[in-house]
Design a protein around this ligand. Sequence first.
Ligand code: UDP
Ligand code: MG
Length: 317
Amino acid sequence: MSTDPDIFITLVVPVYNEQENIEHLVQVCLEVLKAHQWTHEIILVDDGSKDKSRAIIKSLSASHAQVKGLVFSRNFGHQAALHAGMVASKGVYVVTMDGDMQHPPSLIPTLVGQAEKGFQVVNTRRLEQESLPWSKKMTSRWYYRLLNFLSDVHIEPASADFRLMHRQVVDAYLSLPERHRFNRGLVAWLGFTQTFVDFQPAERYAGTTKFSFLRMLGLGLDGVTSFSVKPLRLAFYLGSAVSVLALAYSLYAVVIFLLGKAIAGWTSLLVSMLFLGGVTLMCLGVIGEYVARIYDEVRGRPIYIVQETITQNQDGN
Ligand code: UDP
Ligand code: MG
């Protein structure tokens, strides 16, 4: 990966239908970066937006040489957009952040301060938002508990995709070949010297969240399957335990038969059939999840497709 020694910091911002937010975000970020006199670039990754996001990125780039854009050919998802932004980044430090102002740009100097102290990765952790619905708080808490129970790397609860990485870490990250990218886990897996900074997430500046329950569930499954084979092992344990029970019950059935006391056992038959059927399907489902992921990885399709690169001089770099 090429670093431009003239660029101190790159901001990578994925945007998906964020037309009301982009200008404000870029303006606030530029104020922060200029106040510290850091050489910089801001890479806005348009993840297949259907609103005016692309036009706004173009006009911003036309008036600010440091603002660049990547436009995906369709929606590839937040994690893919972060990846593309990192590929294009040239700064010594790379900061990834959301485009809706929930990740406050005013925190960037704190992140840089930690990096200058020698931390190669400065992660952030969301302090609990009072305004979040109880259900979302609970889901998030239990998700991380389950994830950490299943996963082989520790993933900090409430961690956000708002982080600073040193160039060396970005290059290591980009060398990971997998297509299903669960950044929080991948960055934790990379190692290096890491630290956490807590922040109070702001409300969205405008617009609404792009993450439906199903997308959250998908991301959650990626988190588990990318970092652990424990669900497969649990399926094996469960299958074994049920087999032992089934064997004991069969012995009992044979004894009853030999004693000539066998009666029409409709209930027990039905219950055991349903139970065994359920366990079998569940284990097949777990295996299926992994097989699907293997299939996806083996096909080796790219993580995203860039349709257009936006820079002031339009030289395509
Ligand atoms: N985003 C994206 N692609 C998507 C969904 C979201 O690039 O498919 C971007 C979005 O524009 C925002 C960031 O990812 O900058 C986080 O999304 P959002 O704010 O909707 O998530 P939340 O903060 O509600 O978890
Ligand atoms: Mg948000």
